[in-house]
Design a protein around this ligand. Structure first.
Ligand SMILES: *[C@@H]1O[C@H](CO)[C@@H](O)[C@H](O)[C@H]1NC(C)=O
Ligand SMILES: *[C@@H]1O[C@H](CO)[C@@H](O)[C@H](O)[C@H]1NC(C)=O
Ligand SMILES: *[C@@H]1O[C@H](CO)[C@@H](O)[C@H](O)[C@H]1NC(C)=O
Ligand SMILES: *[C@@H]1O[C@H](CO)[C@@H](O)[C@H](O)[C@H]1NC(C)=O
Ligand SMILES: *[C@@H]1O[C@H](CO)[C@@H](O)[C@H](O)[C@H]1NC(C)=O
Ligand SMILES: *[C@@H]1O[C@H](CO)[C@@H](O)[C@H](O)[C@H]1NC(C)=O
Ligand SMILES: *[C@@H]1O[C@H](CO)[C@@H](O)[C@H](O)[C@H]1NC(C)=O
Length: 420
């Protein structure tokens, strides 16, 4: 069996560095964390002595003085466990010295101007649980071995809003403690690796705003803890996986602005925790799940505009009394506005334009009745219903009935009446 020369060379180099580290910090291994302050100062220097780190200074005498420096947290033995460096205006790559902080569990370097590639120095921080490099200017591909070499305790990985490119390394799925994974707003390509869906503890997955393509393949799916799935703003194709409808804790399902097609699985209508369903801007056909809202009693936002949906608006959308927005413009929905919606006092935004909806607009949507029941119109801020065959009379004094109304458009219908 041939061992690739490159791999050998790297292993050798690595060994050398480790040995060098030991020579430099002969007493650091056990109780005397003297090296920690020096590492922090090295980080500060590498970043060009940023003003926000001015208080990091060698002048202090006590062995654990660095633990009282701003943004630094330590354990009881004076080892650095957390660095919260968010928004402190640092520029340049993550310094390699960070890898010397062997007890680091929490690193937040978000909202800076950090450049360079993903810092493999962090592989030496075996206890890392929380890593955020979001909102920086980092780029290049994530290393293939990232999921093998980052500490197995990593549970939060945020790389949002950078310029990382290439594909998602399959090895990420080896981080079996991962609870949150945010790769949104980068330049990633390729498909979402099927292995991601076997992260049993994953609650929060955001890969929106990249250039992902292909079908969402979910074979061997075991990510039953998911609370949020956000894959919006990519070029994903194929059907919405039926299994998404079996995620009992799912509150946010955000799939908008892709190229999904086929019908919405009926199971989506049975999600007990669902609050926001966003499927807009795809090529979905068929009907909205007829029981949508019936079992999702916290449902508050339904965004399904710009698809090719047919059939009627489900009766149950406001069954839990929390529906605030229904955006269903630009489909082929027909039938009339259901009673369930007309009685929905929480409703603020109703966009139904460019459909084939007919019948009278329920009185409750126009104006709070004299006896104040139902009072849907009281909360309505946007009501857009143009380009439908709605019929009937627009009630007089519509303006009294809808005190918060900001935007009303009912052009191109079959309505009549006087608007004063
Ligand atoms: C960040 O640094 C730049 C120069 O590098 C400076 O102009 C700017 O004022 C700094 N911003 C803050 C919030 O310190
Ligand atoms: C990982 O977490 C467990 C449980 O909190 C802890 O016992 C273990 O020491 C951690 N591993 C490392 C490398 O820090
Ligand atoms: C990925 O990013 C690196 C560094 O920014 C760049 O050199 C490389 O050309 C990029 N690759 C692609 C395929 O865009
Ligand atoms: C996304 O992919 C398309 C075609 O595959 C390519 O033309 C486009 O430049 C890519 N955009 C980004 C931001 O990578
Ligand atoms: C769903 O949430 C509940 C309550 O927070 C929790 O006890 C349960 O373990 C979660 N289920 C899964 C599969 O994560
Ligand atoms: C969506 O998919 C269809 C068929 O697979 C394809 O013809 C079309 O170009 C895709 N649209 C976009 C915006 O990628
Ligand atoms: C709605 O359209 C479907 C065909 O897409 C038709 O079968 C149905 O009768 C229509 N319903 C109403 C109430 O117009």
């Amino acid at each position: 069996m041939a061992i690739p020369r490159r791999a050998c060379a790297c292993a050798y180099l690595h060994l050398q560095l480790v040995l060098l580290g030991c020579l430099l910090l002969p007493t650091a291994a056990q109780s005397q964390p003297v090296g920690e302050a020096e590492l922090l100062l090295e980080i500060k220097r590498a970043w060009g002595d940023p003003p926000k780190l001015a208080a990091w200074s060698a002048a202090a005498s006590a062995a654990d003085a660095h633990c009282r420096w701003p943004y630094v947290g330590c354990d009881s033995t004076g080892r650095v466990t957390s660095l919260v460096l968010a928004g402190i205006n640092v520029t340049g790559p993550i310094p390699d010295a960070i890898g010397g902080l062997s007890s680091l569990t929490h690193l937040d370097a978000s909202y800076n101007s950090i450049t360079g590639v993903f810092p493999s120095a962090l592989y030496n921080c075996h206890s890392l649980e929380y890593l955020s490099l979001s909102w920086n200017h980092m780029g290049g591909e994530l290393p293939d071995d990232i999921g093998r070499d980052l500490g197995a305790n990593l549970s939060m990985l945020y790389l949002s809003v950078n310029k990382f490119n290439g594909t998602i390394p399959v090895s990420l799925s080896r981080l079996q403690n991962l609870r949150r994974l945010a790769l949104d707003e980068n330049l990633f390509i390729g498909s979402i690796p099927v292995e991601i869906w076997s992260l049993k503890k994953l609650q929060w997955l955001d890969v929106s705003g990249n250039n992902f393509t292909g079908d969402v393949v979910v074979e061997g799916f075991t990510a039953m803890s998911l609370v949020m799935i956000c894959v919006s703003e990519n070029k994903l194709t194929g059907m919405i996986p039926e299994i998404f409808g079996r995620l009992r804790n799912l509150t946010h399902m955000l799939l908008s602005n892709n190229n999904f097609s086929g019908e919405i699985p009926l199971s989506i209508g049975w999600l007990p925790s669902l609050k926001t369903l966003s499927l807009s801007g795809n090529r979905l056909t068929g009907t909205l799940p007829s029981e949508l809202g019936k079992y999702s009693l916290g449902l508050s936002s339904v965004f399904v505009h710009d698809n090719k949906l047919t059939g009627t608006i489900p009766e149950w959308l406001c069954a839990g009394g929390h529906l605030e927005s229904l955006l269903a413009s630009s489909n082929r929905l027909n039938g009339s506005i259901p009673i369930g919606l007309a009685n929905c006092a929480s409703l603020m935004e109703l966009n139904l334009d460019n459909n084939q909806l007919s019948g009278e607009v329920p009185k409750a949507l126009w104006t709070a009745g004299k006896h104040a029941i139902p009072a849907v119109a009281l909360g309505l801020v946007h009501f857009i219903g143009d380009n439908n065959p709605f019929s009937g009379e627009i009630p007089p004094h519509i303006d009294y009935g809808m005190p918060l109304l900001h935007h009303l458009n009912l052009a191109n219908n079959k309505l009549y009446g006087n608007i004063c």
